[in-house]
Design a protein around this ligand. Sequence first.
Ligand code: NAD
Length: 133
Amino acid sequence: MKDVKGKVALVTGGGRGLGKGIALSMAKSGMDLIINDVIEENANAVAEEIRGMNQRAIVCTADISSSENVRKTVREGMDRFGRIDVLVNNAGISPRKKGRRFPFMRSMMTSGTWSLPLISKGLSTASARCRRR
Ligand SMILES: NC(=O)c1ccc[n+]([C@@H]2O[C@H](COP(=O)([O-])OP(=O)(O)OC[C@H]3O[C@@H](n4cnc5c(N)ncnc54)[C@H](O)[C@@H]3O)[C@@H](O)[C@H]2O)c1
């Protein structure tokens, strides 16, 4: 990635999978990261890896299907870095990967959760909050 050094990204669901990969790639390009996830342990591990790359990283553990949690996450990021340049609205359900099922994800989020709170509240609120800043 070009011309992103010093910029700040918020990655939702950044504790594993695609979100983790994107976050690490951004850090490699010189960006600082706000790592959101519902699983604190995973988010902490990613943040630690980013700090090991000499980039700044904070963890915001929150379920972003709640608008209030999205607001809190954006607020924490702004308090720490004073800016959010990029939003990676990644958090979501991945029910199948390489033929395997993830019962945890299925039990945590139903298809109803995906279609309503996560998209209508979580994803859109995250976009709106970051745009407003
Ligand atoms: N992997 C694929 O092939 C694929 C294909 C199409 C779309 N996607 C989408 O890409 C995104 C990432 O996929 P993945 O395969 O990396 O999934 P993954 O299950 O490996 O990772 C998702 C991460 O998001 C977190 N998360 C889930 N709900 C959350 C919530 N409400 N608030 C905060 N964090 C939450 C999980 O804890 C997890 O760390 C998902 O939105 C998925 O639907 C993935």
